[in-house]
Write a protein that binds this ligand. Structure first.
Ligand SMILES: CCCCCCCCCCCCCCCC(=O)SCCNC(=O)CCNC(=O)[C@H](O)C(C)(C)COP(=O)(O)OP(=O)(O)OC[C@H]1O[C@@H](n2cnc3c(N)ncnc32)[C@H](O)[C@@H]1OP(=O)(O)O
Length: 252
């Protein structure tokens, strides 16, 4: 029987730049320091599992082995599920790892290192400009040897969201537009760049812009994108998230 992890409230749903080594936050430490190793170790372990599963996903998307090997591997993969569901959360409860460190999003599908479907994209924000880097494998293939357009859209949405958040508070995407100028190659280091034009900023809304290029050819645009991000009002947040909306959106 799965144990459900509950949380007193939704403390945050903030995205965070992905960093290679998680720093211990004050929120993870017990007053006597005893929680430090445990929380830090669990975050590292979640990342290790994400890395291992990413490897598995890429191998599964690229394999040419025979049916017997595929079936044997499927059985082995099913056996992995049980131990993970011994303690799990529902969709209404944030991950305890994120609760332990405000700003962390361990399982974000674009940038969360613990989420095997995330490349993951590493994000840095400096001077209002958000930069994402990642390399996409065969699991993200659309046209042969190039990235699926929906994957580009997901990564762009994320990086636009970081550029918006750099203006103050995170928001939600209300509009997303992409121009696919050239195919985005797999297995090639990519760079996403996003910024917010000053004339697109109002009280609750920004209109950030983004590009995707390869790392090697930063002037050769593969994708151009623009979005509109809105900070929900307290009433909207309550309607969307129930009686425990994320604090950043719950101010009346
Ligand atoms: C250490 C710490 C690190 C922290 C680091 C944090 C980083 C953080 C990164 C996050 C990165 C996440 C990136 C993924 C973000 C998602 O994936 S969000 C998920 C997808 N989006 C959604 O599900 C949103 C669904 N939409 C909604 O629920 C509603 O539209 C909303 C958001 C509540 C807004 O309500 P609404 O009634 O549509 O809008 P309303 O309040 O009437 O209008 C607000 C303003 O927006 C305008 N607007 C609304 N819709 C549109 C539209 N389609 N076009 C143009 N304008 C529009 C209105 O005209 C209005 O403008 P102003 O009059 O204020 O100038």
């Amino acid at each position: 029987m799965a144990r459900r992890v509950t949380a007193a409230h939704h403390r945050n749903d903030q995205e965070t730049p992905v960093i290679s080594e998680y720093r211990q936050s004050d929120a993870e430490r017990e007053p006597d320091g005893s929680g430090e190793d445990h929380a830090q170790d669990r975050a590292r372990a979640a990342r290790e599992l994400g890395d291992a599963l990413r490897e598995l996903v890429q191998a599964a998307a690229g394999t040419e082995v025979d049916a017997a090997t595929l079936r044997k591997t499927a059985d082995q993969a099913r056996d992995l599920v049980g131990p993970l569901t011994e303690a799990s959360r529902t969709r209404h409860v944030p991950p305890t790892l994120d609760e332990a460190k405000p700003g962390r999003r361990m399982y974000n599908p674009a940038s969360g290192p613990g989420n095997p479907i995330a490349p993951p994209m590493r994000v840095r924000v400096a001077d209002g400009v958000a930069t994402g880097t990642c390399t996409l494998g065969l699991a993200y293939e659309g046209p042969h040897s190039y990235t699926h357009g929906g994957i580009s859209a997901m990564l762009v949405d994320q990086i636009l969201g970081h550029a918006h958040a750099a203006q103050g508070r995170p928001g939600m995407t209300v509009s997303l537009s992409l121009r696919y100028r050239r195919p985005v190659p797999l297995e090639t280091p990519l760079r996403l760049t996003a910024w917010v034009p000053e004339d697109s900023i109002t009280d609750r809304r920004t209109g950030p812009k983004a590009t995707i290029t390869t790392e090697d050819e930063p002037d050769r645009l593969l994708v151009e994108a623009s979005g509109i991000f809105v900070i929900p009002t307290a009433e909207q947040a309550e309607r969307i998230f129930g009686d425990n909306p994320p604090p950043r959106w719950s101010e009346k």
